[in-house]
Design a protein around this ligand. Structure first.
Ligand code: G6P
Length: 608
């Protein structure tokens, strides 16, 4: 889960490498480094911590050269120290790496037995050592690469520089993505198209097992067996987006405020606003002939899927089998009968989600993917792609991608309901009308609740533990609320189905543990009120997130009651996500944490 970049340029590349790394910081940000080749010599600058530290280091000690590689790290093997930061050097070879070399331990032992001396604790260094050993035996760069790759196991993307090759970078992909960018007399490598957006929008994606040679004016791609292959180039959309914070303090805040617009874009892909109906032809999956739908995802995307499960089961009467991808992939679920599979991923690169997808594909299922990055591996390996049009999400804690995922899942559940004859025309029109109002409501609700939540967050920041409760589709939202809060404020938080309260968490309730209850006035409301009574009876403090009807119907004393308008059940989870996001955001801002890049996390998780 690191970001890598390489440039064979015709100008000084160190500032360009840093610029590209800034766009890759979402992949990891605990240390960074760049290396160049010049006059037959490799040189590098590396720094612990955020990219700003590397930038400063380069200001003090500039690095010259027109050809170079760069890296931003999310540590797997070895602490985030300068010695473990990439690029790793060995006898005229420089390597940056994203992913994990699973057999690094036996390789390292064998190399040490042959006299190699290691300077870091990383798995990456074995790649540099292997390449250097091949070169010492007289192999040319291509042969050394082929030979080295054949010895590596695991998931990796690599970029390699040699001191005696002033116009060449080698790249390789086995798992995590790697893209070639085509410039004017310059060529690029990057973990994604957004990293390369300032330089070019013409991109060629390597396929799994490919490796590539780039020089300033051309590229050659080889597959895992060493055969020359052609991969089509495409014009990436990544370049169309400007990645900056605008008037906002953090990307997360900007992304929360963008939701009205991006959800509107996303919905218009699936809904015919003029007709007031779902676009049936956007289905691409034969929902009418399914007995079961398998779904899987990680993190926030998983919670979107959990909400989707309620919708598919309610509106389309389609049973859904859902699990986090890290479990799904190893459960050996029998995948027989008339079944399709749907995967949800913002990045489209999450390793566990991709492995679950491949498991389903190997079992012959039709594969659908709800993804934000259309050029991603998950999108490319799916039969049907259902895009979320959220634009690049930079804040590590997902917000707009989540509500866009919900929008797609809601529309798909309606499409499935129509296909299966379980949704009346009238219900379809009612649900579509409710969805059409979502973008406007985003803005109205934001303006209405933001000041209250900002004040409330100051109080919340005093606590060490917070419990979130909800029923029905508010249960996954409770899970998402707890995840958001712990991710960015580091306050310990748990989400529970409200009905589970008395099966354990109630033991924790006292005045030191506020309980955030998400309870629109839906068919579960009365039951959730009973659970709130149980909390109140034990001295617990309640923050109630409800709608106008719910607020009018409860007399319980609360620490705060956040009131949304009365919403149709299909849009309630999409809009109730707003208070959940704002509570986490403002609490973290008040506590002074690094909201966009919380400690230990990364946005794109391309390792298991
Ligand atoms: C990481 C991110 C989360 C995200 C999850 C799944 O944990 O920090 O925000 O929900 O990965 O990522 P994906 O790209 O597959 O949606």
């Amino acid at each position: 889960m690191c970001g890598i970049v390489g440039i064979v340029g015709n100008r000084e590349v160190a500032p360009l490498l840093v610029d590209a790394l800034k766009r890759l910081e979402y992949r990891g940000y605990d240390s960074a480094g760049v290396a160049t080749v010049r006059d037959g010599k490799l040189d590098r600058r590396r720094a612990e911590g955020k990219l700003a530290n590397l930038d400063r280091r380069l200001g003090e000690e500039p690095l010259a050269g027109h050809v170079g590689i760069g890296h931003t790290r999310w540590a797997t093997h070895g602490a985030p120290t300068e010695a473990n930061a990439h690029p790793h050097f060995c006898d005229g070879v420089a390597v940056v790496h994203n992913g994990i070399i699973e057999n690094f331990a036996p390789l390292r032992t064998a190399l040490i037995a042959d006299g190699a001396v290691f300077h870091s604790q990383t798995d990456t260094e074995v790649v540099a050592q292997l390449l250097a050993a091949c070169r010492k035996q007289g192999m040319a760069p291509r042969e050394a690469m082929q030979q080295t790759l054949s010895r590596l196991e695991g998931a990796y993307a690599l970029a390699v520089l040699f001191d005696d090759q002033p116009d060449m970078i080698l790249g390789a992909r086995s798992g995590p993505p790697l893209a070639v960018g085509h410039g004017q007399g310059e060529m690029f490598l990057g973990s994604d198209a957004i990293a390369l957006a300032p330089f070019t929008d013409e991109i060629t994606y390597l396929e799994d097992g490919d490796w590539v040679v780039i020089t300033h004016d051309h590229h050659e791609i080889y597959d895992h067996s060493g055969q020359r292959v052609e991969r089509k180039s495409q014009i990436s959309q990544g370049a169309a987006y400007v990645v900056d914070k605008g008037n906002h303090r953090h990307f997360m805040e900007k992304e929360i405020y963008e939701q009205s617009e991006v959800v509107s874009h996303t919905l218009s892909h699936y809904i015919d606003f003029a007709e007031g109906r779902v676009k049936f032809d956007s289905a691409q999956i034969d929902f009418a002939n399914l007995d079961r739908l398998a779904m899987s995802a990680c993190g926030t995307a998983f919670y979107a899927g959990l909400i989707g499960k309620y919708w598919f089961e309610r509106f389309a009467r389609l049973p859904v089998e859902i699990d986090v991808a890290s479990e799904f992939r190893y459960r050996e679920i029998p995948l027989a009968g008339r079944m399709a599979a749907l995967f949800i991923s913002q990045s489209g690169e999450t390793a566990d989600t991709l492995a679950s997808l491949r498991y389903c594909r190997d079992n012959g299922l039709t594969i659908g993917a709800v993804v934000n990055v259309r050029e991603s591996t998950i999108a490319r390996e799916s039969d049907a792609v259902f895009p979320t049009l959220a634009g690049p999400e930079i804040g590590v804690a997902s917000t707009k991608a989540f509500t866009c995922q919900l929008s797609v899942l809601a529309a798909l559940a309606l499409i499935a309901g129509r296909a299966r004859g379980t949704l009346s025309d009238e219900d379809e029109r009612r649900c579509v009308q409710a969805l059409v109002e979502v973008p406007r409501l985003f803005n109205e609700i934001l303006a209405a609740i933001q000041p209250q939540i900002e004040t409330l967050s100051r109080e919340l920041a005093r606590f060490k533990d917070v419990l979130y409760l909800g029923r029905g589709t508010s249960f996954p939202l409770a899970l998402e609320g707890a995840l958001k809060l712990k991710e960015i404020s580091y306050i310990h938080a748990e989400g529970y189905a409200a009905g589970e309260l008395k099966h354990g968490p109630i033991a924790l309730i006292d005045e030191t543990m506020p309980v955030i209850v998400i309870a629109p006035h839906d068919r579960h409301f009365e039951k959730t009120v009973s659970n709130m009574q149980e909390v109140a009876a034990r001295g617990g403090q309640i923050i109630l997130v409800t709608d106008e009807k719910g607020a009018a119907a409860t007399t319980l004393e609360t620490m705060a009651t956040i009131v949304l308008p009365v919403l149709d059940e299909i849009v309630a989870p999409i809009l109730f996500a707003l208070p959940v996001q704002l509570i986490a955001y403002h609490t973290a801002v008040f506590m002074g944490t690094d909201v966009d890049q919380p400690r230990n996390l990364a946005k794109s998780v391309t390792v298991e």
